[in-house]
Design a protein around this ligand. Structure first.
Ligand SMILES: Cc1ncc(COP(=O)(O)O)c(C=O)c1O
Length: 368
């Protein structure tokens, strides 16, 4: 485990030594941004650390409402609701929509927060093969009730590939299904307006597609949100016990998130830099002959055939002052992964160093 002693940025310091940091999910480099920090500190002065209550009792501060308004505007939706955990956003939305589906179909590589969102209910859950729309269709024919619900990650966090949302939405229309896409890694990253996977596929405001989102990754902050129709957000506030029964997102984080949404709009260059760095690193890795995913996302895994190789590569990186972890995670991919993640803050020199190390590592292994 890497124990961080400095803010997360394109470099970090561990035990007094500087490392290039190609890990985590700070895609736009906002996690240590001065404007976010200033907003958070100022909100601590105004509100203290914590509202110590549920949003629905006495835990709503004016900054929560300002953030929800800003999110609804950014997402071009009627309304939004924020809460303290991105992980809980799937449970919260599944609870809010509980009267609208009677069977659930999930990608087999879905994030644990999707898998856990339906647990403890009597609703049957079926897993379809990763991104396999034919398998989803076949399962639906065999098992669906009247109102199926499809659930998938937008960008898959281990492999960096994008769900085939266009096909999924089309099938949803045919079989009267709803779709929840977990856009934890896609919000602020893909789509013409950085609104995530539906935006990327031209499905923005598709009536059957819902998103669950987090502010802990591209936005650099913390906490979950859902943006949708006013009536859907009312359903969250009335029906979700996970939402009603948990303490509100701290005001300082809400204020930092508000600043992050402002920055995202004001500085499109952040996204341009992220796309350019993504392209540089992915194309470089592919041209070295390594296996990686090809979708344009900042999660750029190196797939290796055996576990020892993946561990050895990650160790080699660290010995050469780069953090790029070997990932073991509660999602079965059938691959051994060293996961590099790139951010808008990386320099071209840093990316070049990583590519040089990848080349040297393979050469050195071939010699032994
Ligand atoms: C796909 C996905 N959904 C949800 C989450 C949970 O979000 P958070 O960490 O902000 O709670 C994560 C990762 O952390 C994730 O990768």
């Amino acid at each position: 485990m890497v124990v961080i002693e400095t803010p997360i940025a394109h470099t970090i310091r561990l035990n007094g030594k500087e490392y290039d940091y190609f890990a985590g999910n700070n895609y736009l480099g906002l996690a240590n941004h001065p404007e976010l920090k200033k907003a958070a500190v100022s909100a601590v002065e105004t509100y203290g650390i914590n509202v110590s209550a549920s949003r629905e009792t006495t835990g709503t501060a004016s900054v929560h409402l300002a953030l929800e308004k800003a999110i609804a505007e950014f997402k071009d939706k009627e309304a939004a609701v924020v809460f303290a955990s991105g992980y809980l956003s799937n449970t919260i939305l599944a609870e809010a929509l509980q009267d609208r589906y009677d069977s659930v179909f999930m990608d087999e590589m879905s994030h644990p927060s999707i898998r856990n969102s339906i647990r403890g209910t009597a609703i049957p859950v079926h897993l379809y093969r990763h991104k396999d729309i034919d398998d989803l269709h076949a399962l639906v024919r065999r098992h669906a009730g009247k109102n199926p619900l499809f659930m998938t990650d937008g960008i898959f966090p281990l492999t960096g590939d994008i769900a085939p949302l266009q096909d999924i939405a089309q099938l949803a229309e045919q079989v009267n299904a709803l779709v929840i896409v977990d856009d934890a890694h896609a919000t602020g990253v893909i789509g013409d307006n950085a609104r995530g996977t539906p935006d990327y596929f031209g499905l923005h405001n598709h009536p059957r597609v819902f998103q669950t989102e987090t502010m802990s990754k591209a936005l650099g902050v913390y906490g979950g949100f859902i943006a949708s129709l006013e009536s859907d957000i009312l359903d969250v506030r009335r029906k979700s016990s996970a939402y009603i029964g948990s303490t509100a997102l701290p005001p300082s984080l809400s204020a930092a998130a508000l600043a992050a949404f402002t920055l995202l709009r004001r500085e499109p260059v952040l996204r341009t830099r992220l796309s350019e760095n993504t392209r540089l690193l992915r194309e470089g890795i592919l041209s070295l002959g390594y296996e990686t995913s090809t979708d344009p996302t900042p999660i750029i895994p190196v797939f290796l055939a055996v576990r020892n190789e993946a561990v050895a590569l990650s160790v080699y990186f660290q010995e050469h002052a780069v953090i790029a972890p070997y990932i073991h995670y509660p999602v079965e991919t059938g691959k051994f992964i060293v996961r590099l993640t790139v951010s808008a803050a990386h320099t071209a020199e840093q990316i070049e160093r990583v590519l040089t190390l990848l080349k040297r590592w393979r050469n050195e292994r071939e010699k032994t």
